[in-house]
Design a protein around this ligand. Structure first.
Ligand SMILES: *[C@@H]1O[C@H](CO)[C@@H](O)[C@H](O)[C@H]1NC(C)=O
Length: 184
């Protein structure tokens, strides 16, 4: 009897540990379908890949960036020679941004999108999203936060504080149109 009780306690402890571990690993990352992905009609296909890879989409919106937005978003690249080209590309049409959630979301989304250079991705990572819809190192179709720090900054950039207080944006809504979402 005592032995069974000890075993039960042990099992309960293991379960607690597992639950704590799983909860601690849950992350959010910012995923973006860039103008070439949106205009090329890859949104549905990419969202399918997102969901079948186990991500939950916690927020989403279609947004047209202006020059100021793009310059701010890519501020750390502002000294690069390709910066003007990048800003022009990122403002050439709407982008579709999503907050993705799952364990290890940041690294897993980066793995799913593949190498930065879509031309290389087509050869080395044919199953990646960039191989599917990217063209080269500039027109690479999708973005993913590269660290916890970037993920927090980028989610806040698009979704502000409203995201963390229980609101979610819907596709095709403008910035100011917000839908309440019970899941959050
Ligand atoms: C983009 O900039 C405009 C001002 O030009 C601002 O109203 C808007 O909130 C910005 N959008 C984002 C996503 O930061």
């Amino acid at each position: 009897m005592a032995r069974a009780r000890v075993l039960l306690l042990f099992a309960a402890l293991l379960l607690c540990r597992y639950v704590t571990y799983a909860a601690a690993e849950t992350e959010r990352t910012l995923a973006m379908i860039k103008p070439d992905g949106v205009s090329g009609n890859y949104m549905d296909k990419i969202k399918e890949r997102v969901l079948e890879s186990g991500f939950k989409i916690r927020g989403e919106m279609l947004v047209q960036l202006d020059e100021g937005n793009a310059t701010l978003f890519y501020a750390e690249l502002s000294s690069k020679s390709f910066f003007p080209t990048l800003v022009k590309y990122m403002t050439s049409g709407p982008v579709f941004v999503m907050v993705l959630e799952k364990a290890n979301a940041i690294a897993d989304w980066r793995a799913l999108i593949g190498p930065t250079d879509a031309k290389k991705a087509k050869i080395t990572h044919p199953e990646s999203i960039r191989a599917l819809c990217g063209t080269d190192i500039t027109l690479n179709c999708v973005h993913g936060s590269d660290s916890h720090k970037s993920a927090s900054r980028e989610i806040a950039f698009f979704f502000g504080t409203m995201f963390s207080t229980g609101h979610v944006f819907s596709p095709h809504d403008e910035l100011r149109v917000i839908k309440k979402h019970d899941e959050l």
